[in-house]
Design a protein around this ligand. Structure first.
Ligand code: FAD
Length: 446
């Protein structure tokens, strides 16, 4: 049994490790076109901001460690072709091009950052942030830089804004929509995120469309927008991602409506012997039962595990996601799971939301911070649809996990209210803010 994995980060390396553990006799080979495997891309903004010392700190397992486990790792090897009939891939590496056979193949090629036409330039100082070398290039570009323009205000743009400000840089953010944060959370919470950015000196401009870049002596000098020129010596483009599905397309594998790979719960594509896992795949949203493309770290790792077990002859399934996400912007923690009111309305659900403001722990205990919770439920069924939290004590929004667990079980709001949640003054009020919100929502749903 020869298992070939294309892409050596979260999904690819989880799959390789699982497959080898499940069937120690299998030959497992990973082809990675980059210089690194098995690293936490999620930490990239924090190396730029100084909270993480070094790029190498993001690496969980080195190629040598993986080889020690009997997994073949070939860095700087790009898979450029796939023949599903012959069960071979074409690989281009430092010593030339070769053909490699497989019995089972995993495509774990992730996503690429979108570069609009205006960002396709040879000028220095224009970047995206996806992989470690992107981060290293930004770090080099920032030496001597003063004014950075971040185009896009999704979670990567927001995390970058904080981290670049921490380096003493002047930061401008440009957003085409009328508020920051895309559709991460409902608009009321996005306004709070914008206020937090502005309180820390970020120049946020919404409703602005980028038209081009200005370049002086080979380096970007500004961003031309429909409302005027924004001066900047470094521009970071964070306007979204697209799944890397070229190999799958070439093999005739089915793609979903989201544009990502269509896979079943075993991570199998429509082509026999070929699996896909990670950011390049769509999956089922357990609240809506619709197919979604939500490329995040845990999902990629989990899909990789499932694919690894199945490729090695086991039987594992990926149950889907509920759309849980969390991030920090300066002193603000923001978390979400399931559907917000706006999401639910877009889907035509009869949804009701309640907002509760409280403190994250007993108000008489030192350090209590305001916390805002929005819970959304469905009239008729009474089930919880989702929740959003925002708090100036960032750790406190991790209680979103209670809501995510409840969504996984398709739980009702009244059952959330009955939960025995932990209480002591340093951690919560006796009625945790989630219970207060659930009580209010169950009454609103009656
Ligand atoms: P990737 O990590 O993209 O790995 C795919 C690999 O495939 C790449 O190394 C690529 O070089 C390789 N490859 C592609 N094509 C080929 C080919 N033809 N041949 C050989 N190799 C190929 N997620 C969270 O859940 N929380 C966070 O806080 C968070 N923060 C993030 C911050 C940043 C700045 C970024 C960029 C991502 C963040 N993510 C976060 C997302 C998370 O990192 C991804 O979900 C995860 O890395 C996906 O893993 P993957 O293996 O599917 O894809």
């Amino acid at each position: 049994m020869r298992i070939v994995v294309v892409g050596g980060v979260a999904a690819g390396m989880s799959a390789a490790s699982r497959a080898k553990r499940f069937d120690p006799g299998a030959e497992v080979v990973v082809f990675e076109r980059g210089e690194y495997i098995s690293y936490g891309a999620c930490g990239l903004p924090y190396v730029l901001g100084g909270a993480v010392d070094d790029w190498d700190d993001l690496v969980a397992r080195t190629p040598e460690q993986m080889r020690g486990r009997g997994i073949g790792v070939r860095l700087r090897h790009e898979v450029t072709g796939l023949d599903a009939q012959a069960r071979t891939v074409t690989v281009s590496g430092p010593s030339g091009v070769c053909t490699e056979p497989y019995d089972r193949l995993l495509i774990a090629t992730g996503v690429s950052a979108i570069r609009p036409d205006w960002a396709r330039t040879d000028a220095a100082g224009v970047h995206v942030l996806r992989e470690i070398p992107d981060g290293q290039a930004i770090a080099r570009s920032l030496e001597g830089a003063r004014r950075v323009c971040i185009v896009g205000t999704g979670y990567i743009g927001l995390e970058l804004a904080e981290n670049l400000c921490r380096q003493g840089l002047s930061v401008v953010m440009l957003e085409r929509g009328d508020e920051v944060g895309g559709n991460i959370v409902d608009v009321e919470y996005r306004r709070r995120i914008r206020a937090e950015l502005e309180a820390h000196g970020v120049d946020v401009r919404c409703g602005v469309t980028v038209e081009g870049l200005t370049v002086r002596e080979g380096r970007v000098s500004g961003v031309q927008t429909d409302t005027g020129l924004v001066r900047a010596d470094t521009v970071i483009v964070a306007v979204g991602v697209r799944p890397n599905v070229e190999l799958l397309k070439a093999a005739g594998a089915r793609l979903g409506k989201t544009g990502a790979a269509a896979v079943n719960v075993r991570q199998e594509t429509s082509v026999p012997g070929i699996y896909a896992a990670g950011d390049n795949c769509e999956t089922v949203h357990r609240v809506t039962r619709r197919k979604v493309h939500i490329p995040l770290g845990l999902t990629a790792n989990r899909m990789g595990r499932v694919a690894g077990v199945n490729m090695a002859g086991g039987d594992a399934t990926f149950p889907g996601v509920v759309g849980t996400g969390i991030f920090k912007v300066f002193g603000l923690g923001v978390a979400r799971t399931g559907l917000g009111q706006a999401d639910a309305e877009r889907l035509g659900l009869d949804a009701v939301s309640v907002d509760v403001e409280s403190t994250d722990h007993a108000s008489y205990y030192a350090g209590a911070a305001p916390i805002h919770v929005r819970l959304t439920g469905e009239r008729g069924s009474g089930r919880l649809l989702g929740g959003q939290l925002i708090c100036s004590n960032p750790q406190s929004v991790k209680r979103v996990d209670v809501l995510a667990a409840h969504l996984h079980g398709r739980g009702k709001v009244e059952d959330l209210f009955q939960m025995d949640l932990a209480y002591a003054p340093p951690f919560s009020g006796v009625w945790d803010v989630l219970l207060v919100a659930a009580d209010r929502l169950q009454r609103a749903l009656r």
